[in-house]
Design a protein around this ligand. Structure first.
Ligand code: SF4
Length: 282
């Protein structure tokens, strides 16, 4: 598919596709079902490629706790993606489920009615400012804040292997930091935050396999993630791509990393992966 950067930036559909059959010329199409399949796939891939989430260039709360500093550096330095992979179908499933869950929570709010102090119990999809990096506000959209318990919840839709890993080992640095960053966002809005939680929902198993992780809110976990990201940002802004080889790496699903290129020796342009990386979970 042709990718027009200007259209991507605007979130517009790729209009470069030509040759759609009309009823008048359908007779010339040898296999209409195959033609239709290709057109449906084109539409799906187009909307995934042009979805706003594919085009973000600054770091958000979901990335700050990523264990690989070099990956954050590549993004901050605006390095071109070397490992585009297939259209991001799994994240698309996650986005679609998030939308449905928001509807569910709005229904639940309506069912519960307003609290005595006014307003709904659950605050949904609110934009919160979690802190600053080099003087710039870092904002993100928090899935759920429960005004009754003071618990912040983030939904994650994950595959079977990931689900087992999160059940056995906890949510990992990235999701843990993200949860506490959202907690800090609510705290900065003057709301009490008691705990942070990640609700892991199975992408390919029965719903009862869902797992909720939670722990008491700790602002320091959020502050540490911001401080680390500020250090990386300062390095990249100071010396540009020359900072990239100096940034420490981590075994963090390298084969799915946007900047992975096996055997790369030009570390300012692409990464050969963390030495001895074994992580492979999708
Ligand atoms: S390939 Fe692995 S080590 Fe390299 S930047 Fe990506 S996550 Fe980090």
């Amino acid at each position: 598919m042709t990718r027009d950067p200007a259209a991507q930036a605007a979130g517009n559909i790729d209009t470069s596709r030509v040759g759609w059959p009309t009823p008048a010329d359908l007779e010339a199409v040898p296999d209409p079902a195959e033609q239709l399949r290709r057109e449906l796939m084109w539409a799906i891939e187009n909307r995934i490629d042009y979805a706003p989430r594919s085009l973000q260039t600054r770091l958000g709360p979901s990335e700050l706790g990523h264990p690989c500093a070099r990956k954050l550096g590549y993004k901050l330095a605006g390095v071109e993606i070397s490992n585009p992979g297939d259209p991001a179908w799994y994240p698309t499933i996650g986005t679609a489920v998030h939308g449905w869950l928001e509807e569910v929570m709005r229904w639940l709010n309506g069912h519960l009615g307003t609290l005595a102090e006014g307003g709904p119990r659950f605050l949904l999809e609110h934009k919160v400012s979690v802190g600053e990096i080099c003087g710039e506000h870092i904002t993100g959209t928090c899935d759920v804040y429960d005004r009754v318990t003071g618990i912040v919840v983030d939904w994650k839709v994950v595959g079977e292997k990931q689900l087992k890993k999160y059940k056995d080992e906890g949510p990992g640095d990235q999701y843990r930091a993200q949860a506490h960053l959202y907690g800090r966002g609510w705290q900065r809005r003057g709301m009490p935050v008691t705990k942070v939680a990640v609700m892991f929902l199975p992408r390919d198993r029965m719903l009862h396999a869902a797992h909720m992780w939670s722990e008491p809110y700790d602002e320091q976990i959020a502050v540490q993630a911001l401080t680390r990201a500020e250090g990386i940002t300062t390095m990249v802004r100071g010396i540009g791509k020359a900072a990239l080889p100096m940034l420490p790496t981590a075994d963090a699903y390298c084969t799915f990393c946007d900047y992975f290129l096996p055997g790369s020796t030009e570390l300012e342009e692409a990464c050969p992966g963390h030495p001895g990386a074994t992580g492979y979970l999708k």
